[in-house]
Design a protein around this ligand. Structure first.
Ligand code: GDP
Length: 297
């Protein structure tokens, strides 16, 4: 389970304070010290931890007393609210174009799960919103990526737009837009190229596609299991492109949760979905509040 270690530590920390009828500054100090260690151990960005602890402390010491809660419960409520807000507060929705098709660009490093997530997102759009997506193979550098998208299209019984490996990705995206309009499809999901590292050529190509197709969303796909590397990758992409949301993959294998807890604070971009497995139906909307409740037990 994601956040296993963090959940264990935080839950035992809050157990200690839960029943207290009176919470002293010393209690708050001790509790926040443990929360701080738990977050650092979960690989949360240290600056993010610092800000988080400062906020909790300030509120826990100054908070007005609510009659229905014991002081201990109030402190826990503060931790939960701050965790929720750390992960972005409200659940975010997918932007949609005034006039279809809505264009979503999928970007990210190779191996992050971009192509799989493109398929998962298409599946979710159809299942949950009854929409018709077009999958677009704009990663022309890896023939395997095109084959993979075509296989996904077959599995999902959805159209895939491809011009093979010889065409220019910007042209492919433009032509795919036309096809989606002609066929009255609702969404165009552009699977762009990834590289092993962030580099200028990749960014230039992505910027060109962005300028041409003017996407309604640019989803950055990052691998939760890479922890703070995922946060650094998110920061680099966010500096160069108008990222509108993050999709965090492989959360099923991430026992720590550092990326999930740091990305919003570092990039100011919401996590919109999380990948919870390899299968096509294992993409979930990200609910900060539910996640915080799960962590705190
Ligand atoms: P791309 O290079 O970014 O397009 O990455 P792929 O889509 O090819 O995915 C790389 C690997 O990650 C594949 O083996 C996927 O099955 C796997 N993968 C993608 N998303 C998830 C996820 O949410 N959970 C797990 N466990 N595996 C995932």
């Amino acid at each position: 389970m994601a956040f296993e270690g963090l959940a264990d530590r935080l839950q035992s920390t809050i157990q200690k304070i839960k029943g207290k009828g009176k919470v002293t500054e010393q209690d708050v100090k001790e509790m926040t010290r443990e929360v701080r260690l738990a977050l650092l151990e979960a690989d949360v960005n240290f600056k993010v931890v610092k800000q988080f602890i400062a906020k909790v402390k300030e509120r826990a010491v100054g908070e007005e007393v609510m009659e229905s809660l014991t002081p201990g419960q109030q402190v826990i409520k503060i931790v939960k609210e701050e965790l929720t807000s750390l992960m972005g507060g409200e659940e975010s929705k997918i932007n949609s174009a005034d006039k279809p098709p809505t264009v979503i660009m999928m970007v990210g490093l190779q191996g992050a799960g971009k192509t799989t997530t493109t398929g998962k997102l298409a599946n979710l759009l159809r299942k949950k919103y009854n929409k018709k997506p077009l999958l677009v193979a704009a990663d022309v550098y890896r023939p395997a990526a095109i084959d993979q998208l075509q296989t996904l299209g077959k599995q999902l019984n959805m159209p895939v737009y491809s011009e093979g490996t010889e065409a220019n990705p910007v042209d492919i995206a433009n032509h795919a837009m036309k096809q989606a309009k002609d066929d009255h499809l609702d969404y165009v999901l552009v699977d762009t190229a990834g590289r092993l590292h962030v580099d200028n050529d990749l960014m230039d190509e992505l910027k060109q596609i962005e300028q041409n197709v003017k996407p309604d969303e640019i989803f950055l796909v990052v691998d939760a299991m890479t922890g703070q590397d995922a946060v650094n990758v998110a920061e680099s992409f966010n500096e160069q492109l108008n990222i509108s949301g993050v999709i965090l993959t492989k959360l099923d294998g991430d026992t720590r949760g550092g990326a999930a807890l740091s990305i919003r604070a570092v990039t100011d971009k919401p996590i919109k979905f999380v990948g919870m497995g390899e299968k096509l139906d294992q993409l979930e909307s990200f609910h900060p509040e539910r996640m915080a409740s799960r962590i705190l037990g």
